[in-house]
Ligand binder design. Structure first.
Ligand SMILES: *Cc1c(COP(=O)(O)O)cnc(C)c1O
Length: 356
């Protein structure tokens, strides 16, 4: 069975909008798309972009080691999350499963589509591991299971075998989406290589984190050919702006990839440096280094730390309201100087407490 049989019937029946770019390609005199003929800014921005530029898809396919037919480029992975929920969940009827504490966009996308959210919490007492029996038990009520690996904000990764076993159990019942926004910072392999064999698996990747292109907005869904086809029917006609495509192609040249790999290695080193630096401080009770580009720290006084860092213009993320994360803050890995500035504050706070 194709996973798209689980999609909303009206989406499966939809005939996608046929844009001028899709109906005819090539040509040197373009009088078919009501564009302005003068490229005043340069870079070809007077023309509508290719909906899925072949050069970019080719490059992403090389980067992720999957065939181009498994790739859909999107406006950040946020857009892919939204497309998935809208394609599969019937409003007021279907549900998604998320495993909190996790990334917040699955819940938002579900809310927009009036889909229910079934939370199957991670186990905070066991390194935030997945509750697989819990997920399987709820899966009949859900169309999509969202897993974040490495997880945001806890930084842990789920085992590939664990995920493929879950896909096997949910075959014909639900789509498993593994959001790998931070996988480049981890020691583990991406699940992307399994997409060809596991029909109900989709993987989300992004250029926002490891490739330093958060402002460019380019994400990638890797899924079965039928899933990619289904989502292409509902993605807006020109999802990737020309400047985005240009910037992404530049970041993905051989030299661009080399720079990114060096930065990822540096970020991993700095992550260890940050985790170690925090660990030594009196007001910090626990540090989870994780496998992403941030660390998680449990502190004795969250509002105090947030206020003190803010006074120095340093922003960290209060995640203490997330289930299972009472007392925790999340700190992104910055430059060595930025980390030192933060550590100076935590040190100062600890010293003040001793005096009080
Ligand atoms: C940052 C983040 C994203 C967002 O990626 P974009 O490609 O920038 O939309 C997706 N998933 C998780 C878990 C993230 O932390």
């Amino acid at each position: 069975m194709s996973i798209t049989e689980l999609a909303r019937p009206e989406i499966r029946a939809l005939k996608p909008y046929s844009s001028a770019r899709l109906e005819a390609s090539g040509g040197t005199v373009l009088l078919n798309a009501n564009e302005n003929p003068w490229d005043s800014l340069g870079g070809g921005v007077n023309r509508y972009p290719d909906p899925q530029p072949p050069e970019l898809i080719e490059r992403l396919s090389f980067l992720y080691g999957v065939s181009p037919k498994h790739i859909l480029a999107t406006r950040g992975s946020d857009e892919a999350i939204d497309l998935l929920v809208r394609a599969f969940c019937i409003a007021y009827q279907d549900a998604i499963i998320e495993c909190p504490p996790c990334f917040g966009m699955y819940r938002i996308a579900a809310g927009i589509q009036a889909a229910k959210v079934i939370p199957v919490p991670l186990d905070p007492d066991n390194h935030f591991s997945l509750d697989l029996p819990g997920i399987i038990e709820q899966a009949d009520r859900a169309k999509i299971v969202f897993l974040t690996s490495p997880n945001n904000p806890t930084g842990n990764i789920y085992g590939g075998d664990e995920v493929t076993a879950l896909c096997e159990r949910l075959k014909g019942r639900a789509l498993v989406v593994v959001d790998e926004a931070y996988i480049e910072f981890s020691k583990s392999q991406s699940m992307a290589r399994c997409v060809g064999e596991v029909e109900n698996l989709a993987v989300l990747r992004t250029l926002s984190k490891a490739y330093g292109l958060a402002g460019v907005r380019c994400g990638v869904l890797i899924g079965s050919e039928s899933l990619v086809g289904l989502l292409r029917a509902i993605i807006p006609p020109y999802p990737l702006p020309t400047p985005t495509v240009t910037a992404a192609l530049e970041a993905l040249t051989d030299s661009g990839l080399k720079t990114a790999a060096q930065q990822v290695a540096t970020i991993r080193d700095l992550r260890a440096y940050l985790a170690k630096g925090l660990q030594k401080q009196a007001g910090i009770l626990n540090v989870i280094e994780g496998e992403a580009n941030f660390v998680l720290a449990r502190v004795d006084d969250v509002p105090g730390l947030i206020a003190a860092t803010q006074r120095k213009g340093i922003l960290i993320r209060d995640v203490s309201h997330y289930p299972g994360l009472t007392g925790y803050v999340r700190v992104s890995v910055g430059t060595r100087e930025e980390i030192d500035a933060l550590l100076a504050i935590t040190k100062e706070l600890a010293a003040q407490e001793l005096i009080e």
